[in-house]
Design a protein around this ligand. Structure first.
Ligand code: SF4
Length: 185
């Protein structure tokens, strides 16, 4: 059976491919045991979207399930503002915008356009500071870059060697479950 890659895992894959494996192994258990506070707040921000509590505007779409057969990915958007042709991804806090987060938004964009939606603007929105951060449209070059990244994701195997990094590993929410790192907290 054809399996779609969850868009929400693209950012985690850049952080560390092995974290995806650990998440899949343990996600059936007590998720709150390894979700640190910032992640829990991030999840709470998304819960409002998932339960469709956020927007009352008729032309906004919230929590829409999306997919792309071309890229083999699927997920959910936060908000699509049809009038502005704007796709927005909300985060609780945004000190910096990482490449993985941009890939996530691009992935949502390609799913939406494949599904027939018209999008001319992309942006992140930081809830804690009430700020909007516009993101460049990917274009063809961005699409090829995202495709190459998704291909890496598809061929990754947990037994592959990975480079560990002390700063990363000590801040990783899977640290206590990880058998690849020597940097335990
Ligand atoms: S502890 Fe390090 S090696 Fe293990 S999943 Fe986290 S980042 Fe990856």
């Amino acid at each position: 059976m054809f399996e779609y890659i969850a868009i929400s895992t693209l950012n985690d894959f850049i952080f560390c491919p092995y974290s995806i494996y650990l998440h899949n192994v343990y996600m059936g258990g007590e998720e709150e045991l390894y979700h640190a506070t910032p992640q829990t707040r991030g999840k709470a921000a998304h819960t409002a979207i998932d339960e469709k509590k956020y927007s009352t505007r008729k032309d906004d779409l919230v929590g829409l399930s999306i997919y792309s057969d071309e890229l083999g990915i699927a997920g959910k958007i936060d908000i699509y503002k049809a009038k502005e042709k704007l796709l927005v991804e909300r985060k609780y806090k945004l000190k910096a915008i990482y490449q993985g987060q941009i890939y996530q938004l691009w992935a949502e964009y390609f799913c939406m356009t494949e599904m027939g939606f018209d999008i001319e603007q992309l942006a992140f929105y930081a809830i804690s500071t009430n700020q909007t951060f516009p993101v460049e449209m990917p274009g063809d070059v961005g699409k090829q870059e995202l495709k190459a990244f998704i291909e890496k994701f598809k061929v990754y195997r947990p037994e592959d060697a990975i480079e560990t990094n002390e700063n990363k590993c000590r801040n990783c929410i899977y640290n206590s479950l990880c058998d690849k790192t020597e940097y335990h907290v």
